[in-house]
Design a protein around this ligand. Structure first.
Ligand SMILES: [Ca+2]
Length: 250
């Protein structure tokens, strides 16, 4: 586990207090919290090639899952497990760019393995082989079983060759940054994933709407949540930033 010294020194206290409130809210089923939709920036455990960067000119942290090298794999998990029997919402911006062809993509993953979980490179996108998991992949490279090089999918059991559902989108997932929103309705066990360009006024598009019980698939009530990303013979620099996580209405 590695932390930025800056994050610990300057922001640790803020995160810690925000964390306590969010954990309390999530554990209480978000009662009374729905209207405010509080969210926090999770503290992180980093594995493989994942590192924390800082955007020039401000204190916005960037999770760099891969930095453009070949056959890289990285993961970043919230160090505090989230009770996925309760509804939650998470938002983040991703930017997949540079390198050769912008491969392979990233995934938002809910898993029961722990804060050291790290899967396979290339088309494994960093989550392949994490068996107790639900991955929402943002896939920018067409492997033999993929529909194209710009799709989303819900993948169970760490098996990218057999997605539970695939969603295609006209919104480019590489070169330009995109904004994603994941909403989990725990009562209906329904996962919905939206994306939009980051340009002002851009409309959000619902790409995935799938029934899945996260606690069952993660094999645990209090799961680790975060991101994975990988490269192979083709590469990219893959960043996630402006990540927030919080309780949500059903
Ligand atoms: Ca792929």
């Amino acid at each position: 586990m590695r932390f930025s010294r800056t994050s610990r020194a300057a922001r640790g206290g803020v995160w810690a207090s925000a964390l306590l409130s969010i954990v309390a809210a999530v554990n209480s089923g978000a009662a009374g919290a729905a209207s405010a939709e509080p969210s926090y920036k999770p503290p992180l455990a980093l594995n493989g090639t994942a590192s924390l960067m800082w955007r020039a000119g401000d204190d916005e942290r960037v999770i760099r899952l891969t930095d453009g090298g070949y056959k890289q794999v990285g993961s970043a998990w919230s160090t505090v497990a989230v009770d996925v029997n309760n509804s939650f919402q998470t938002k983040f911006t991703a930017h997949i760019r540079d390198g050769r062809s912008g491969a392979d993509g990233i995934a938002f993953v809910v898993q029961g393995e722990g804060p050291r979980a790290l899967g396979g490179w290339g088309g494994g996108m960093g989550y392949k082989g994490i068996h107790d998991s639900v991955a929402i992949e943002f896939d920018t490279y067409r492997n033999p079983k993929d529909p194209d090089d710009n799709h989303l999918a819900v993948v169970l059991g760490g098996d990218p060759d057999h997605p539970a559902v695939v969603g295609r989108t006209g919104i480019p997932l590489k070169d330009e940054p995109f904004r994603a929103r994941v909403h989990y309705d725990a009562d209906a066990t329904r996962l919905r994933v939206y994306v939009r360009p980051t340009t002002e006024g851009a409309k959000e598009q619902l790409v995935l709407d799938h029934e899945v019980e996260l606690a069952d698939r993660a094999g645990i009530d209090r799961a680790w949540v975060g991101f994975t990303g990988a490269t192979g013979d083709l590469t990219a620099r893959q960043d996630v930033y402006q990540w927030t996580l919080g309780p949500a209405q059903s």
